[in-house]
Design a protein around this ligand. Structure first.
Ligand code: DGL
Length: 282
């Protein structure tokens, strides 16, 4: 497994204040699965989260458009004093991570490589399934990233566009969600994958449904854990990590749409109050 190397931008980063926050972005509630893992692994850190709920879903949109949204949100996060940005969205990572890294004076990490690293640690048979949005799957970013580490692995990728809408509309525990999951995942069951990468940060929110369909022999991989680990490593390298646990109410959540549905799903997932503010991006 390759060791993480500091990126050029990291070496150039001029941010020196440990008290700055970690910025996270997603099209909606999906990135909260990464936020949850940040809270667990890095309890001293404060987050500023942006959910672009007014323009969700990103998956069906052209990459250039999603990249534009990503830039706009990172610009907003910069105004909130962040020391690291996590693009907690596979579609936005696939659409433009190297662009953001080249354009901003901030360390920026995505969720695809961490997910791949986690999956390759677990596969025994070398048959790896990847599910994601239409944009992520069409980009081929997972295949490239997997092959760069292990060209022997066979990758089976599948777009599951309805899952994001099921999660955002709080329909995870309905018979319809189970039916859609069964229909989507059937080819991956037939392909006998032994790990399944949840290549969309919304999908861990319905992992119990996906696990029921795939069965106990298939390990589901969320990139959240490995992404939080990478964030910790980057901050430590830059001497910007904050170790002392702090009260939970310092976190900030922003959305481009109406705050209500985001707050209610967020509260359920994070088991803590989530108060979101609506921001109209220029
Ligand atoms: N959570 C996102 C992802 O990881 C975006 C899903 C969407 O908006 O389509 O891809």
């Amino acid at each position: 497994m390759p060791k993480l190397k500091p990126s050029k931008k990291e070496e150039e980063s001029t941010i020196t204040d440990r008290n700055h926050a970690i910025g996270l972005l997603d099209s909606g509630v999906g990135g909260l699965t990464v936020a949850k893992e940040i809270f667990r692994q890095l309890p001293g850190e404060r987050i500023v989260y942006f959910g672009d709920t007014a323009r969700m879903p990103y998956g069906p949109r052209p990459h250039a458009e999603v990249r534009g949204f990503g830039r706009q949100i990172i610009r907003f996060l910069e105004t909130q004093d962040v020391k690291l940005v996590i693009v907690a969205c596979n579609s936005a990572t696939a659409a433009g991570l190297p662009h953001y890294q080249a354009e901003f004076d901030l360390p920026i990490i995505g969720v695809i490589e961490p997910g791949v690293r986690a999956a390759l640690k677990h596969t025994r048979t070398g048959r790896v399934g990847v599910i994601g949005t239409t944009g992520t799957i069409a980009s081929g970013a997972y295949e490239r990233s997997i092959r760069a580490i292990n060209p022997e692995v066979t990758v089976f990728s599948l777009a599951c566009p309805l899952f994001v809408l099921i999660v955002e509309n709080d329909l995870v525990d309905t018979p319809e969600a189970l039916r859609v999951a069964e229909e989507y995942l059937n080819p991956l069951r037939e392909a006998r994958v032994d790990v399944l990468i949840l290549g969309c940060t919304h999908y861990p929110l319905m992992s119990h449904v996906l696990a029921r369909v795939m069965g106990p022999e298939v390990k589901l991989i969320s990139s959240a854990e490995e992404t939080a680990r990478e964030a910790e490593e980057v901050l430590r390298r830059l001497k910007l990590n904050q170790e002392e646990a702090k009260p939970a109410n310092r976190h900030r959540y922003f959305v481009s749409g109406s705050p209500g549905p985001f707050e209610s799903i967020g509260r359920k997932l994070l088991c803590r109050p989530v108060e979101a503010y609506q921001v109209i991006l220029p």
